[in-house]
Design a protein around this ligand. Sequence first.
Ligand code: DX5
Ligand code: ZN
Length: 553
Amino acid sequence: MDKTVHYSEDDKKVYYINRYLKLKQKIRELRILALTGITEAGSGHPGASFSAAEIMGSLYFQIMNVDLSNPSLSNRDYFVNSKAHSAPGYYATLCLAGSFPKEEMLTLRKLNSRLQGHPVRYSEHQKHHSVPGIEYSGGSEGIGLSVSIGLCLANRLDKYNNTVYCLLGDGETNEGQVWEASMAAAKFRLDNLVAILDRNKIQQDGFTEDIMPIDPIKEKWRSFNWDVVEINGHKIEQLIPELLNRPEDKPKIIIANTVKGNGIKHMANNPQWHGKAPSKKHLPLLIEELEGDYMISPSIIAGPSGIGEKSLIQKIEMAEKYGADMIHLDVMDGKFVPNTTFSFDMIKKLRGITKLPFDAHLMIEDPNSSLDSFIDAGCDIITIHSEVCNSEKDFENMNSRLLSNGISPGLAINPSTNLPEWIYSHLDNLDVLIIMSVNPGFAGQKFIPEVLPKMKELIPRLREKGYKGYIEADGGIDQSTIVDCYEAGCRVFVMGNAIFGSEDVDKRISEAKFKVDSYLEQTLLDRSQNLNIRDDWIKARKTILDRYGIKGV
Ligand code: DX5
Ligand code: ZN
């Protein structure tokens, strides 16, 4: 099995995420591609494309059994995009999944293009009308669930063991037909149907609860005899287990709480951006914002409460509650570093309490001999130190074991270590590079300032050579150092003492995010000047600039 193990809190079933960081990166690319098409067209629906980006990306890049070079394969999984106006995001997803070349995104909504405002079902005989993978012609809302039921019944007759995934918009469920279909799906006990409600709370030009309230939406579906779960639709670690897990004897709906326009601050949760294209002149700034996305990975060895199991659990729970993106697990063996923490057995115990990705940093002399146990413990990311790779072969061997188990592989370098030259032939297989900003061994040390010029020299060189993965800063990251590392190109921040050194975990995490977000906001404003669109940009970003106290004039 080539995937990472995950355990749910409730039933301890095993789930899978394949290369978590790579998937994140691909979904970011999806948003950029969709926006590129929309700005070129001068029209389209960015809001819905962005609220559903993680849903569509998880399905096509990871979950569904589809082959876009042979799209009519029997027994394939189906995706019915009932809220068809999310077309730009849908096309971008199909494109990155191999349906058609990237350049074609620039034909979005143009005359004679296959990428029209609403998708058209693909057929072998009419290849010029549509692109491989589209199963359903959408446009009128409210119909996709009925079509999905037909597909499910046909698949059942054919004795296929496949799934039909149907994406519904929340505004769309104003349509009576959705509820008729809902009754029918329950009557036929369609356990091969998974609907996903993109619950972004906005339809057309206003908020769903003002236009036509649909809450309590969970209870409604439940009363129609569906299996109902509710998750954060932007968290792939929550989406993937629910997309994979099918109940017996019932259709399932995932209420995916999302933010319309998620990814671009001035579009987020703003009905104005339901169906409006941003100006093409803004595109470079919007891409910069999407590429500026970052993650906080709290190191749970830090803080006065120590590293007993109870304390580690408490720290994980707090980190999750207050918006951490991952959990950083510092494994120390007392040999590679002068300190011992915990090993794979503790990680295995902790795995069940959260779905947040586990970012394991192995500061051990001999990772080779215990790698399988760390894989088995449920880590999503495993980083080994370059100092213990005796040769490129050594690295290759461990790297390929991680990859074949669906783990995101990482490499770490100490402050005084140079990046080994051989890594440049493995950049596609490296999901994260940790640049240590303290000598590893203990939380709570001071950031070594000489690491900054090293980051500034190394990161652009890696990008030049085509490295697309993450750079993670680890050691002494706090309010005063995080922005410098962000500016240098780091996008994952390990924070130990700065988060758990005080009681106020909530405040510490949000203050760090505020620092980075305001830096990015200021940078975008400065760039708008160079692009000669400053006034226009200020107009678009007014409320965001105010939020960070940045004066536009
Ligand atoms: C250092 C570890 C770090 C460290 C982070 O050996 O790899 O992850 O614990 O803690 P702070 O942020 O306190 O330096
Ligand atoms: Zn670490």
